[in-house]
Design a protein around this ligand. Structure first.
Ligand SMILES: [Mg+2]
Length: 393
């Protein structure tokens, strides 16, 4: 038997060029990559990392030169292994995010080459629509009444949930008045959004285990869906102590960069929702593997997604082909208004969720005029332990 292909043969899509674009927003710089191939197909990816845009950009060029230029875009797994293992000082968020940006663009290229969306290459679509939760809606800052009013407006848009950090500039062990204020703010939000809406709280790793456990208990009357990063995530024993001491679901994962760390995190059995960041774990396929690790202990994933629109497009592709998703984080409607100009077919929530696109690859492309209109901003930073940081949203 002879296998035949079309007259021109299958496309090999050898990478010929990698470009980066940094886009300054109010509180972070987006890092976009554009990868060209000798077949004329190009792909886009995103490597945004909290406040290390220049470092990621430098890493993208190192990785591209050493491991990517000249190779077929179809060799994603092999190239990923080379970018991760051959760099030796591996597993950190800078190099991982550079890997993630390139990997995303490779999937975009492969999808375009075969004429299918990325989710069709990773198991196929298994949802009709992706439910979302809103974040970055609480720029009102300190005033409880204003935050409750903003929460009611989020609920009216149809999101399944909303997330916020009510703890202001609190440190490891807040004083009683700080705790009481946060508990009052959450109660006001619950009252404003009604009983159907899920409330998710992000602690950004700020507490000691003792304070975290007490605060989670004080919040129980407001029926919180998840309590996120109550303490810093490196020490899995400390997180596990909190997880087994509270009734609310423990959520974590955005600062868990590798499956090697993840297996230790999940081994405790105390994590109830896993939040891999598709960029920071090194891209779409690695995030898919992490979702499978979570599925092995019957817990859902909710992909961390506070960055730019290419990462959101990748998240929607991954959500579409992953059975154990719960809801997708969305900053879209509370980001800079020109976010939607940055891409052709920029993802946008409809009635609090995402439709699943059917275009090949990631289904988006950079609008380079709009991208160039918002250059790198060295002041795009969020001092999370200072006063009123949420006002930067
Ligand atoms: Mg978080």
């Amino acid at each position: 038997m002879t296998a035949t292909v079309g007259a021109a043969g299958p496309k090999d899509c050898r990478v010929s060029r990698v470009e980066t674009y940094l886009v300054g927003t109010r509180w972070r710089n987006f890092v976009f990559v554009r990868v060209e191939t000798d077949d004329g197909i190009h792909g886009v990816g995103e490597g945004t990392l909290e406040w290390q845009a220049k470092a990621v950009e430098a890493s993208v060029f190192d990785l591209a030169r050493r491991h990517v230029i000249g190779r077929s875009a179809f060799q994603i797994e092999r190239m990923w292994q080379d970018m991760f293992r051959n760099e030796f000082a591996r597993g950190g968020p800078v190099v991982n995010s550079a890997i993630g940006a390139i990997e995303m663009a490779l999937w975009d290229i492969v999808g375009k080459a075969v004429g299918r969306p990325v989710y069709d290459l990773l198991g196929g679509r298994c949802h009709e629509r992706i439910p979302a939760y809103a974040n970055a809606w609480y720029g009102a800052g300190a005033d409880i009444g204003a935050v409750a009013e903003a929460a009611a407006a989020v609920a009216a848009k149809g999101y399944r949930g909303l997330k916020f950090d009510p703890f202001g500039s609190s440190g490891r062990d807040p004083e009683r008045r700080e705790i009481a204020r946060a508990v009052d703010m959450v109660a006001a939000v619950r009252e404003a959004v009604g009983e159907e809406m899920e409330i998710l709280l992000d602690c950004h790793g700020r507490f000691s285990p003792g304070s975290a456990i007490e605060i989670a208990r004080l919040l129980e009357p407001s029926r919180i869906y998840w309590f996120e990063e109550p303490c810093d995530p490196e020490n899995v024993g400390a997180l596990a102590k909190i997880g087994r001491s509270i009734k609310t679901r423990l959520a974590t994962g955005e600062r868990c960069y590798t499956k090697y760390h993840l297996q230790a995190l999940l081994a405790s059995g105390e994590v109830s929702v896993l939040q891999p960041d598709i960029i920071h774990v090194g891209g779409i396929l690695e995030a898919k593997k992490m979702a499978a690790m979570a599925d092995a202990i019957y817990i859902p994933v909710s992909f961390h997604n506070p960055f730019g629109p290419v990462a959101t497009a990748a998240a929607i592709q991954l959500d579409a082909c992953t059975t154990n998703i719960v809801m997708q984080e969305s900053f879209c409607e509370y980001d800079v208004p020109w976010r939607f100009d940055l891409l052709e077919n920029c993802p946008r929530p409809v009635n609090g969720g995402y439709e699943i696109p059917t275009r090949p690859g990631l289904g988006v492309d950079l609008n380079l005029d709009a991208v160039r209109a918002h250059p790198y901003d060295e002041d795009a930073y969020l001092p999370m332990w200072g006063d009123d940081w949420a006002k930067r949203f």
